[in-house]
Unconditional design. Structure first.
Length: 86
């Protein structure tokens, strides 16, 4: 028997996130990659590991939901998928 690959969010992880509304419905889906601060380019979805949202996501697994601050707004994000980054 083989077990499926178990990924957790780490630096360089590429994530597909859903921003959820107050009722748990998906408002927006976004790609998000956590990178070292000096490599951050938010315009292309590469966010610094020191950002509050990145800190809240580190160590999470697919299906986890976090309440955090993203773009100066309190949001609820769900991790829909995780893949290995560059």
């Amino acid at each position: 028997m083989t077990l499926s690959k178990f990924l957790i969010v780490m630096v360089y992880s590429k994530l597909l996130l859903s921003k959820l509304d107050a009722y748990g419905e998906v408002e927006v889906r976004m790609e998000y990659q956590i990178v070292p601060d000096h490599e951050a380019e938010p315009a292309v979805g590469r966010y610094p590991q020191s950002a509050l949202s990145s800190q809240a996501l580190l160590g999470r697994v697919t299906g986890d939901t976090v309440d955090t601050v993203f773009n100066y707004e309190v949001v609820r994000l769900r991790v829909d998928s995780i893949s290995e980054g560059d």
